[in-house]
Ligand binder design. Structure first.
Ligand code: PHE
Length: 460
């Protein structure tokens, strides 16, 4: 079975695919919001330090597990240690939960793109447009299905023809598009307020009112964001690592993946914060997530006049690219798991995955109308089906999977399990000591704190 396994044909293919997974909705709708909320440059500095230490350790670990075991997530952990098969299941359940609702959100993005292309961007800026849309019964399901099928086509085409090729094309275009909007965003002005003023809010560290408690909030915000952003704890990087060539220099690739992910997050801030600031001031950034993308930003585009339509089109196209390369990776984690565990073909695994996602995704869409109910989540926010699935996967399962992975590698099989894999061939591993320190002590402690916070046991 192992020697039949597909490989990424080149390091750049591997880097683009993994970066494509890492760069997703989170980079665009959450990173800029957190940066604006958490003291601008201060958040950025903390984020970068965490990326080079905590993020690097987690990403390295998963990619190394994948390449060393040559297995998808479902079977990889059991191969690392016989008694840890359960962790494979846990890690595999995460993408299973995420895929349906990620595609439902992908459908919303498609819809907005089409609204802007048809020249109706201004209607999207009206209060109630977003709410009206997601509570409508049929259309969100149609766009969801289109997004899901697009994802499935790429995955069914396989590692090289599908994932690698698509990522190699979409990711460079994505960078160019984001750069274009960023330049525009910095150069706009209204009533004496310019994009550059917004840029200062984003980049200059703001220490006003900084207390120890606030610092802890910034730290956990940055940690939670980073952790989600590099796509760890959901089997994806294990699957992608299993397709990396044995002689590829993983260390170099990992550095580039992280660089790419952080670069896009930073650029997203550059693209969003100055524009929002010019038209709506600091309060304009008070929303992150869907509220920012589907409510605040269309208002910003509407303020831009004619240019707003073009910027809106380019923006939502960028988001589609970011979202598709992520959803493809989520589906691949599930599919590769099924293929390795049950010895199924890619086609059969892909079809099973598409089918269950179709059913669950329709349920998610109906969660805003026919199946509407509201629960209060442990973090105090209210939500329905999508939010519940998001909460279980992101707030509980992911920190748990990452925590257990640290214990498995740091204490059970020992960090050399990963380090040996990285130094295959003549490759060097420069940050060995930081890695050991992170994987044994610091990362598990940080993840444990994140978990306690999610369970509402500690409040920050
Ligand atoms: N890492 C992606 C982001 O930052 C998120 C993602 C979520 C990717 C789920 C894959 C699966 O948006």
């Amino acid at each position: 079975m192992d020697n039949k396994r597909n490989n990424f044909t080149s390091s750049i293919g591997f880097i683009m695919a993994a970066a494509g997974s890492a760069v997703g909705l989170g980079n665009i709708w959450r990173f800029p919001y957190l940066a604006a909320k958490d003291g601008g440059g201060l958040f950025l500095v903390i984020y970068i330090i965490l990326a080079l230490t905590f993020g690097f350790a987690l990403l390295t670990t998963e990619i190394a597990i994948g390449r060393r075991t040559a297995q998808g997530p479902l079977t990889a952990y059991g191969k690392v240690h016989k008694k840890w098969k359960f962790l494979g299941w846990l890690a595999w359940i995460v993408p299973v939960l995420i895929l349906p609702y990620y595609c439902a959100i992908g459908g919303w993005v498609l819809k907005y793109f089409v609204v802007f292309v048809s020249g109706a961007g201004k209607t999207a800026a009206e209060d109630g447009f977003f709410g009206g849309y997601i509570t409508s019964e049929v259309e969100p399901i149609v766009w969801f299905i289109i997004f899901l099928i697009a994802t499935a086509i790429v995955v069914l085409k396989g590692v090289n023809d599908g994932i690698e090729n698509v990522s190699k094309i979409l990711m460079p275009i994505l960078i160019v598009l984001i750069l274009g909007i960023s330049v525009f965003s910095i150069t706009i002005s209204k009533d004496g307020v310019t994009g550059l003023d917004g840029l200062k809010v984003y980049l200059i560290p703001d220490f006003t009112g900084l207390t120890f408690d606030k610092f802890l909030v910034i730290l956990t915000d940055a940690m939670g964001q980073l952790f989600f952003s590099i796509s760890v704890a959901m089997g994806i990087m294990v699957a992608y690592g299993s397709y990396a060539k044995k002689d590829a220099n993983l260390m170099k690739s990992i550095n580039r993946i992280e660089f790419f992910d952080t670069l896009v997050a930073m650029l997203a801030g550059l693209m969003i914060i100055p524009a929002v600031f010019v038209f709506f001031g600091r309060e304009g950034m008070s929303k992150g997530g869907p509220g920012l993308m589907f409510q605040s930003l269309p208002k910003v585009f509407a303020e831009m006049g004619g240019a707003g339509t073009v910027i809106g089109i380019v923006f939502f196209l960028t988001v589609i690219f970011a979202a598709v390369t992520s959803s493809v990776s989520v589906m691949e984690a599930i599919v590769s798991g099924l293929m390795d565990k049950f010895n199924l073909s890619r086609r059969v695994s892909g079809l099973i995955t598409t089918l269950y996602s179709l059913i669950l995704g329709v349920i998610v869409c109906l969660g805003y109308n026919k199946l509407y109910f509201e629960v209060t989540l442990p973090n105090g926010s209210k939500g329905q089906i999508l939010d519940v699935m998001d909460y279980i996967s992101n707030s509980w399962l992911m920190p748990l999977v990452a925590f257990l992975t640290c214990i498995l590698i740091g204490w059970v099989v020992k960090p050399d399990y990963v380090i040996d894999e990285l130094v295959q061939g003549d490759n060097k591993f420069a940050r060995r000591r930081i890695y050991k320190l992170m994987i044994k002590y610091i990362a598990p402690i940080m993840l444990f704190v994140l978990l306690l916070q999610s369970f509402g046991i500690i409040k920050l």
